[in-house]
Design a protein around this ligand. Structure first.
Ligand SMILES: O=C(O)C1=C[C@@H](OP(=O)(O)O)[C@@H](O)[C@H](O)C1
Ligand SMILES: C=C(OP(=O)(O)O)C(=O)O
Length: 436
């Protein structure tokens, strides 16, 4: 149980750099491992999820050196991975699992993947089905969930697939399988999702073309290891952006936050709600980034529909919290994917924010959130992450607005994406002045 900081009336102040982007950190290990030569990664996110990806490649014979947030991957090339001696543990990480399923489909060995309880409930058919069409075979227990055994094949057909869901993980799994095939693959997205795999693949020498929602990927490329500086994770920065927006008299700066447009939906949504966010400096690398200045501001309700969802998918729990403080009623639809994340994030967000007095109606694909709520514990002074890192951090931000004591159950889930979250939050909270 973690006691949360509550009753912040002084405003958040100061500056920090959030840890590296989780999606980009996973991909930097994967592409580094299947390239020739070394890949030096700086500002790597050393969180539980990314360390699962790292461990999986070490288990397949890739040598990886790590000191703090610097990682050196000694690539073995697309055909240099070795069969692991035991089943690979995916922990809680959906990204590791789905991207590995794609890559392992094209390897000449059999691998078993398993994960924790939450991951073992998440749908994997969305990748095993299209990958089967390419010639990979799987042993899937239960209803398309982990544990899964992958019988890889070095004779994969190229992919020709239209995605029925908006998912960067499914897209990336198919791209990785396409790399192992002997031809050109065509992948058509349902909606634009985060494009980190495409950008990094191009930087490593892969051939990938994009026209609208259609991607063409060449098989058997010669990938060459590259230095990667991972930008700060906007999905982690989002917690402090929300906190500074909501706590009156705040003004904080977040340095070097990733600003890839496929990820910045949260900033667009917040601006529509009336937030005060300025991009101060832009750094234009393969993955753009910038410094953000956030000042507190009153918010008003908006409506989010399916077009808005992919670029804010991981920030929706926070948007629900922000909506409880906005003027008016916010409606979110088209977000059914939230039900298959680490938890059912529609049910859990509604349940936990109701414990603090919010009025939220669940929809099959979203929520209706009444604004103008004074957050206060109703029956207990406890909230619960339910083992979901993003729910835990959202509740820690909510706690800043609560006047009485509040404790968070299952707080350690936060280590999945942001082990230093509480230390960084504390750095933005000014020390209370001694009473005169
Ligand atoms: O590709 C990625 O790195 C991710 C894609 C998204 O999942 P889906 O592809 O399931 O939408 C996102 O929710 C997840 O946190 C990370
Ligand atoms: C859904 C998430 O991650 P993953 O799918 O990799 O478990 C997340 O980080 O919010």
């Amino acid at each position: 149980m973690k006691t949360l900081r509550t009753n912040q009336r002084q405003g958040l102040q100061g500056a920090l750099e959030v840890p590296g982007d989780k999606s980009i950190s996973h991909r930097s290990i994967i592409l580094g491992a299947i390239s020739n030569g070394d890949t030096e990664i700086t500002h790597f996110l050393s969180s539980e999820d990314c360390l699962r990806t790292m461990q999986a490649f070490e288990d397949m014979g890739v040598s990886i050196e790590r000191t703090k947030d610097r990682v050196l991957v000694h690539g073995v090339g697309l055909n240099g991975l070795r069969q692991p001696k035991h089943a690979l543990n995916m922990g809680n990480s959906g990204t590791t699992t789905r991207l590995m399923l794609g890559l392992l489909s094209g390897q000449p060995f059999t691998t078993e993947l398993f994960g924790d309880q939450s991951l073992s409930r998440r749908p994997m058919k969305r990748v095993t089905e299209p990958l089967s069409q390419l010639g990979a075979r799987f042993k899937v227990t239960g209803d398309g969930r982990l544990p899964i055994t992958v019988y890889g094949s070095q004779e994969l057909n190229p992919v020709d697939y239209r995605l029925p869901v908006a998912s960067a993980q499914v897209k990336s799994a198919l791209i990785l399988a396409g790399l192992c095939s002997n031809g050109t693959s065509t992948i058509i997205e349902k909606q634009q999702t985060r494009d980190h795999t495409e950008l990094m693949l191009r930087a490593f020498g892969g051939e990938i073309e994009k026209q609208g929602l259609t991607l063409k990927v060449a098989g058997q490329p010669k990938l060459i290891g590259q230095p990667i500086r991972v930008p700060g994770d906007l999905s982690s920065a989002a917690f402090f952006i929300a906190a500074a927006t909501l706590v009156p008299r705040s003004a904080i700066t977040l340095h070097n936050v990733g600003l890839n447009p496929t990820r910045t939906g949260f900033l667009r949504v917040l601006k529509r709600m009336g937030a005060d966010i300025t991009v101060q400096n832009r750094y234009d690398h393969a993955e753009p980034s910038g410094d953000l200045l956030i000042r507190s501001a009153p918010l008003h309700a908006i409506e989010l529909t399916s077009d808005d969802i992919p670029s804010v998918i991981d920030e929706l729990p926070l948007i629900a919290l922000l909506a409880t403080q906005a003027e008016g009623t916010t409606k979110i639809t088209g977000a059914e994917e939230l039900r298959v994340k680490e938890t059912d994030r529609i049910t859990v967000v509604a349940a936990e924010l109701r414990r603090l007095g919010s009025e939220i109606t669940e929809l099959p694909d979203g929520m209706i959130i009444q604004g103008g709520t004074l957050l206060a514990p109703q029956e207990t002074d406890q909230v619960d992450s339910h083992g979901d890192h993003r729910i835990g951090m959202m509740l820690a931000v909510a706690a800043l607005l609560v006047k009485s004591e509040l404790a968070l159950a299952n707080a350690s889930a936060i280590n999945i994406s942001y082990p230093d979250f509480f230390a960084d939050l504390n750095r933005l909270i000014p020390a209370r002045r001694a009473a005169l």
